[in-house]
Design a protein around this ligand. Structure first.
Ligand code: 1DX
Length: 194
């Protein structure tokens, strides 16, 4: 994965736990470097080692960490130069989820070593969708839950995410149910802009 991901993990640990804990995580993950080049690709194994080392040092399980990291990623990328990219992907939770493949395609034009996941949305009732997540990487479903929760924060939209199918349990791919507060509409059907 691109170094941006490792950089964000480092930042999350630094902001929430400080330099000393980061130094321990670094050592446990056997990193030879202290910083990452955001726009350079790194082996996935390094990211995996980082999460595992952080989980030991922070006494937190890797799933909880990945979920927190998903939430952090939405804020981090918006603040670290990818605000316009994020803005382009939509102005509501369902629109953004719908446009994720386009977002990754846009990044992939300039960063050909991107290995993007793919997301399909299925609108169910007003305020409920199923999110299908296809990835060549395993074990990141908890991060996806955090990512969707991060998008809920971004759009001030209360959201509940539940995993319906899990690749780790033999399903073809991960599926999530996403229940969200639909935007307020006036009697004329117009969305009220606050
Ligand atoms: F719901 O399953 C909201 O390296 C979501 O494989 C989900 O292969 C927001 F410059 C620049 C760069 C760089 C920008 F090249 C990435 F470095 C991408 C910024 C997406 C914002 C995917 C990161 C592949 C790296 C799933 C978890 C990984 C997707 C990670 C979250 C918005 C992003 O992200 C998997 C890689 C960006 C960039 C966003 C991702 C790679 C997501 C989301 N993915 C690199």
């Amino acid at each position: 994965m691109y170094g941006l991901v490792n950089q964000a993990i480092r930042d999350m640990i630094l902001v929430n736990h400080g330099e000393e804990i980061w130094a321990w995580v670094r050592q446990r993950a056997e990193l030879e470097v202290d910083t990452f080049e955001g726009m350079e690709p790194y082996p996935d194994d390094l990211t995996h080692r980082l999460v595992m080392a952080a989980s030991v040092e922070l006494h937190d399980d890797p799933h909880a960490l990945l979920r927190a990291f998903g939430e952090f990623w939405v804020k981090y990328t918006a603040a670290e130069g990818y605000g316009p990219l994020m803005d382009m992907a939509g102005s509501s939770l369902p629109e953004f989820l719908n446009n994720l493949d386009d977002l990754h395609a846009r990044v992939g034009v300039n960063f050909p070593q991107l290995v993007p996941p793919s997301f399909d949305t299925e609108e169910h009732d007003q305020g409920t969708m199923h999110l299908h997540y296809h990835s060549s990487r395993q074990g990141l479903a908890p991060m996806v839950i955090g990512l969707v929760e991060g998008l809920g924060d971004r759009f001030d939209t209360p959201v509940e995410v539940e995993q319906l199918a899990s690749r780790g349990e033999g399903a073809d791919h991960d599926v999530f149910s996403v229940r969200y507060e639909p935007p307020q509409t006036s009697p004329g059907g117009v969305i009220e802009q606050p």
